[in-house]
Ligand binder design. Structure first.
Ligand code: 1CP
Length: 347
């Protein structure tokens, strides 16, 4: 019998079922560190690459071929749905997303209309072709979480302290609610389009939610993330939720309805188990910077992550955040092999 995507170790682990070995994929595996990615990008702007179905397909497949990871992640960006509904955004090399006219008033917020699948034809076409190309390996669709999207829109670009965003969140609750509701609707449309086209799982990256206290996260972000996860519940695909520096928020980030909670490197996985409610798988959590150390160190630390991951109901091996651009791809090939062989021995 040919294995189906539903029997893949990645989806089994998301569902907390028995796996032949611990599945592994890497956040940001589909960009930046691979020479074949850089070669493809030399004469192409990031935004052009993100709206070309053939390029999205090719870049998504590159790390799967090279690293033999257990899942592909769609080559896209969290700003893609915002641009698709008409917000002026550029991705500046070495900076990140930059917004033409930041969103700060009720009139600005009113420009955020819902997203339909027809707004992102290059994404749905790429997902459809990837499902065929991947031959039974799952494709992870994704979107930015509401706080993280709000932070780029309000600040106008990357930010350290999110001053303007938090000023609205603390001081103008009605405006904040309108902004977050609209972002939740856009995100639901974007994720549903990816799942309808064939994505096997979704990850909501609320990368910067860790800048909030637990109380503020619960009051001002959690209800909108919960709305997103609830809208996807009927699709049956596993829903992963991830943020950076979210040790204090791990329980709440699971409560939004996530099937899998992503953990950064600051909280050991066995400790994370005690912070999330039962019935969740965990994903993580090797520090991406450890990949710059000698192999013996990487090996010891990766085995420690696997050991601690065994205390979870399901474990997907990953880094605690994205692959850094200066990472040697050969190290990721070796790490993937190590995770597979070491976990198969103890499965
Ligand atoms: O594996 C992959 O690379 C898949 C594609 C992917 C993903 C999952 C890209 C392509 N972006 C993202 C998500 C993303 N984008 C997040 C959430 C995940 C995370 O925390 O890493 C965030 C916060 C962004 C915003 C963004 N886009 C930044 C960060 C800026 C900041 O505030 O620090 C940057 C640098 C970008 C551009 C971008 N998006 C993707 C790539 C490969 C790049 C770099 C462009 C390049 O140099 O080629």
């Amino acid at each position: 019998m040919t294995p189906t995507v539903q029997d893949s170790p990645f989806l089994l682990a998301c569902r907390r079922q028995k796996v032949p070995y611990t599945p592994v994929w890497y956040m940001r595996q589909a960009g930046r560190s691979l020479p074949e990615y850089r070669a493809l990008r030399t004469d192409k702007k990031m935004l052009d690459a993100l709206s070309n179905a053939d390029l999205i397909t090719e870049i998504t497949l590159q790390p799967v071929r090279r690293y033999e990871v257990d899942a592909a992640i769609l080559f896209s960006d969290i700003i893609v749905p915002l641009r698709a509904i008409g917000i002026g955004i550029d991705i500046k090399p070495g900076v990140g997303p930059v917004i033409d006219q930041p969103i700060r008033t009720a009139a600005d917020v009113a420009r955020l209309r819902p997203l339909r699948a027809e707004d992102v034809p290059y994404v749905t076409a790429a997902v459809q072709s990837l499902v065929g190309e991947l031959g039974g390996k799952p494709l992870i669709g994704f979107a930015g979480g509401p706080f993280t999207l709000a932070s780029y829109l309000v600040e106008g670009g990357p930010s350290k302290n999110f001053e303007l965003t938090k000023t609205i969140m603390y001081g103008a609750p009605e405006l904040w609610a309108d902004l977050m509701s609209r972002l939740a609707e856009i995100t639901i449309g974007f994720l549903q389009a990816q799942v309808a086209a064939g994505a096997s799982a979704v990850q909501l990256f609320d990368s910067w939610a860790g800048s909030l206290s637990l109380d503020d996260y619960r009051a001002s972000v959690l209800p909108y993330s919960r709305r997103i996860f609830a809208a996807l519940a009927g699709t049956g695909v596993p829903r992963i939720h991830f943020g950076v520096n979210t040790g204090e928020l791990l329980g709440a980030m699971g409560e939004v309805g996530a099937d899998v909670v992503g953990v950064d490197w600051r909280v050991p996985l066995d400790e994370a188990v005690s912070r999330v409610e039962p019935g969740k798988a965990l994903q993580g959590n090797l520090d991406p910077v450890i990949l710059m150390a000698p192999w013996e160190i990487i090996e010891r630390r990766a085995l420690q992550v696997l050991d601690r991951g065994r205390t979870a109901e399901g474990h997907i091996f990953n880094l605690g955040h994205g692959v850094l651009p200066e990472t040697n791809p050969d190290v990721l090939v070796r790490l993937t092999e190590l995770v597979h062989t070491a976990s198969a021995r103890s499965a």
